[in-house]
Design a protein around this ligand. Structure first.
Ligand code: NI
Length: 134
């Protein structure tokens, strides 16, 4: 018996979508307003889904304290109120939310050992969301 557990977290961060090898006109054509030189911010909503058997004693897939502890330390503290474009993690890469989703998946995949990672989903705006399943 396998059950999925999804938990949602929030952080705020800014970024600028800009390719250094392209001209200003090309960047505007590719990224539109997201290429604004001063950057812009998002209130990101991150949903992480883990799965596993229901523990016979606790009745749980995983202890939420473990998931919250990991998420706060490794995701929220790392990304909240940052400028993603300035982070070494995205050096030489445009910090789109597609890439943020993959990076956050990799952080859980490497570090969270209390349940099986299924998926990371990020809502960037009310209209956009991204999912990565590895
Ligand atoms: Ni944006």
């Amino acid at each position: 018996m396998k059950v999925h557990l999804t938990r949602r977290y929030h952080f705020a961060a800014s970024h600028r979508l800009h390719l250094t090898d392209c001209s200003d006109d090309e960047n505007r054509a590719i990224y539109g307003k997201c290429n604004n030189p001063h950057g812009h911010g998002h209130n990101y909503s991150v949903e992480v889904t883990v799965s596993g058997p229901v523990d016979a004693a606790t009745g749980m897939v995983c202890n939420l304290a473990d998931l919250d502890g990991f998420s706060n330390k490794e995701i929220i503290e790392r990304f909240d109120h940052t400028n993603l474009s300035m982070m070494p993690l995205f050096e030489g890469k445009v910090p789109t939310t597609e890439r943020l989703c993959v990076e956050i998946y990799d952080i859980y995949n490497k570090g969270f050992k209390h349940a099986h990672l299924e998926k990371v989903r990020i809502e960037e705006t009310a209209k956009n969301s991204f999912e990565y399943t590895g």
